[in-house]
Unconditional design. Structure first.
Length: 729
């Protein structure tokens, strides 16, 4: 005898959802309605998703795996065809269903005849688990239908559907409406049934950079427009095409040019008037009129909005008050539920790690991306700002990242050599990520200092990542400040990571336990740089010609921000002192010193080419045409460009203030070390290298040898071992 079907099937489609799918699944299995089936369609995931699903020991979970990638619409259709229950609830693989979601929706669905689709409000949830804004969809049958003329009236992962009604009318998702397949289905469903939304947020809807809806916003907008114009033509068939377009732009919030706003309002109100005729006798148009008035108000058409609804100011005030009254307790409940779910889905061998880092950089961001792929880690990164050093890169991290916003204090750059934003949001960010261990990069940002204080107050172990060293001479007040502030940071750390030899010496001098320190390099993917250099060799003449270099010229490259601390004026003087007309100095970067450097080069008769920054994934194109790499900084705690140059097989000329010299420069083997500010010594080094191609070749080969141990993998292994040891305290 077969068992009766469950009350509800929860349909979840997933592709490469390892970051969130376990929490989503657990949120369904913990519903107050236990008589359910959780049907997961795995759309050919290539990550750990199948493994994570297989580890769930609950007979209510049914997994269907697509043998090839079908896309969301086709996967959901497969699930609808397989669902056992009359009612089907949707959830996305990165969202969270609050415990009473199904109970509340089933209660309403059964109580209202003819109700075919029921959604709910939702709270936004970011990629590191912070609960955000309240999303309130339209409530009431008329408001839902009115809203649906312009955009989707439901939040897709919140809906509960009557599957019998779908089957009766042959309704399924249309793959041709990729990214708006839900909107298209709702409007076809509303032609044969009613729809509504509950006003309470019963789902946490994830919003993060990897979402298809954000990555493919243009496609989604085009398909949304297509559905909306179809519906507008049905309700207002006499409306001209350009008028329908204006009405849609206004009603969807896409924005109308100022010169067209009045005309758009006329078209929009004409649609409202014709919409009235589509409602059943006695239906209340009030909610639709109120919604239309709010749209006109947001568009700046105040007079037109008040003509439509004279009580609009009071309505707006009441809605704002209700929103706050709903959101505050809902957020509190959501945080409690998230904490319980994370505890329930935690892997005993998986360490929750939050890294507090000053700013994203290409080399470090890629390393964090790779760390995030390690199965032992649940990694999140909190950045103090998009930039604190005034450097800008185009970086799209695949690791979960949060960027703080803070008040910047004028004048502090002279003290810290970078901005010092007061980012009080670090406290909330750490609380939301609930880390087992915090990795704090440096000590000189407010976020780092606050993170250490937070860890101490809550007895959460922290690992200090140290980049600075004591090689630079510094004023007495700076030594005193560092001597007072840094040792407590170091001694209070459960473990310490250092980037190189000079940083290692510095942390030992400040009290670090030698048994509790480990190496975590500032580096790049050395094998990838070497391979790309080899691939680009056939283009070397072309790349040199673009710089103005002839076949016999010797190109001296420096990649740096054109700022005083980079010692680029010394480099210009060094090229002049070398006295070799074949030398061509190439500076890759931008900054405040550009005009002064160009003027100095003209004055000294130095051949100079200043070239713009290029994307990091093309940076090897800057190294391939070069013969020598020089970095003559007066302050440089490390200098990752040294790693890049060595990985590309270039001889090096560095000052003793460049932190990387202690590890990546063997003086007289792969380059030459010169005193900071000494143009004569640097010039002699350049003269020797320019005069001896065989010396340059030997030095370049030795650079490649020194970089072989400086790829990402050793640092990744060191990081994993360190945070596991710290978390196991």
């Amino acid at each position: 005898m077969s068992s009766p079907p469950p009350t509800v099937t929860v349909l979840l489609a997933v592709r490469d959802g390892e970051a969130y799918v376990r929490v989503a699944v657990e949120s369904v299995l913990r519903q107050t309605v236990g008589d359910l089936e959780l049907l997961v369609v795995d759309d050919c995931s290539q990550d750990r998703t199948p493994e994570l699903l297989a580890a769930v020991a609950d007979p209510r979970l049914v997994v269907l795996r697509n043998e090839e990638h079908l896309g969301l619409a086709a996967s959901l259709n497969r699930g609808l065809d397989r669902a056992s229950a009359r009612y089907v609830a949707r959830l996305d693989a990165d969202d969270v269903a609050l415990p009473r979601r199904l109970e509340r929706q089933l209660e309403r669905m059964r109580a209202v005849d003819g109700l075919g689709v029921l959604g709910t409000a939702a709270l936004d949830l970011d990629d590191v688990g912070r609960v955000g804004a309240l999303q309130l969809p339209p409530a009431g049958a008329a408001a839902v239908r009115w809203h649906g003329l312009f955009t989707s009236p439901f939040l897709h992962p919140t809906v509960l559907l009557d599957r019998e009604l779908l089957d009766r009318h042959g309704l399924r998702y249309d793959p041709g409406f990729d990214e708006s397949e839900d909107y298209d289905l709702w409007m076809r469903l509303l032609a044969v049934a009613e729809g509504d939304n509950l006003g309470d947020p019963l789902v946490l809807r994830r919003v993060h950079p990897a979402q298809a809806s954000l990555r493919r916003r243009g496609l989604q907008r085009g398909l949304q427009r297509r559905v909306a114009l179809r519906e507008l033509a049905r309700v207002a068939p006499g409306l001209a095409e350009d008028e329908a377009e204006l009405a849609w732009l206004l009603g969807s919030g896409e924005g109308v040019p100022a010169a067209e706003r009045e005309r758009a309002a006329d078209a929009y109100l004409a649609v409202l008037e014709r919409f009235r005729a589509t409602l059943p006798a006695g239906a209340d148009l009030g909610p639709a009129r109120a919604a239309a008035a709010r749209v006109l108000l947001r568009a700046g058409l105040v007079a037109r909005s008040l003509e439509l609804d004279r009580l609009l100011p009071a309505d707006v005030a009441v809605r704002c008050a209700r929103r706050v009254a709903t959101a505050v307790p809902a957020r509190r409940e959501a945080r409690r539920v998230l904490a319980a779910l994370e505890d329930a889905t935690g892997d005993g061998d998986r360490v929750r790690v939050t890294i507090v880092s000053p700013e994203p950089t290409p080399f470090r961001s890629i390393l964090f991306d790779r760390l995030a792929q390690r199965p032992e880690l649940d990694l999140r990164v909190v950045y103090s700002a998009y930039t604190i050093f005034g450097r800008w890169w185009t970086i799209v991290p695949t690791h979960r990242a949060t960027f703080l916003e803070g008040t910047r204090i004028p004048g502090v750059r002279n003290v810290f050599r970078h901005d010092y934003p007061l980012t009080f949001g670090i406290v909330r960010a750490l609380a939301d990520t609930r880390p087992d261990v915090v990795v704090v990069a440096g000590w000189s940002t407010f976020a780092a200092q606050a993170a250490v204080a937070w860890c101490r107050a809550r007895r959460v172990p922290y690992v200090l990542l140290v980049e600075s060293n004591d090689a630079d001479p510094r004023p007495g007040w700076r030594r005193a400040v560092k001597g007072a502030v840094v040792p407590p940071f170091v001694r209070g750390a459960e473990r310490v990571l250092y980037i190189g030899t000079l940083a290692h010496e510095s942390v030992l001098a400040r009290g670090a336990d030698p048994a509790r320190i480990a190496w975590f390099a500032n580096t790049v993917d050395a094998p990838a740089f070497a391979a790309e250099t080899e691939r680009l060799q056939p283009r070397r003449p072309e790349l040199r010609a673009a710089l103005g270099a002839g076949a016999d010229d010797v190109v001296v490259l420096s990649i740096a921000r054109l700022a005083p601390e980079k010692g680029l004026d010394t480099l210009v003087r060094a090229v002049a002192a070398a006295g070799d007309p074949r030398l061509l100095l190439v500076l890759a970067g931008d900054g405040p010193e550009r005009e002064a450097l160009e003027a100095l080069a003209r004055e000294l008769g130095v051949r100079l080419a200043v070239v713009e920054n290029i994307p990091f994934d093309r940076i090897v194109e800057r190294y391939v045409p070069a013969d020598v790499f020089a970095l003559l900084s007066t302050h440089e705690p490390w200098g990752v460009v040294v790693n890049e140059a060595a990985a590309c097989g270039l001889p090096l000329v560095l000052t003793d203030r460049v932190g990387a010299h202690a590890d990546l420069l063997a003086d007289g083997e792969n380059g030459m070390l010169v005193p900071a500010g000494d143009a004569a010594a640097a010039g002699e080094a350049l003269r020797r290298l320019a005069a001896d191609p065989e010396l340059r070749r030997r030095y370049g080969e030795r650079s490649l040898e020194l970089m072989r141990g400086w790829g990402y993998e050793p640092s990744i292994e060191s990081f994993v071992a360190t945070v596991r040891a710290a978390a196991a305290r």
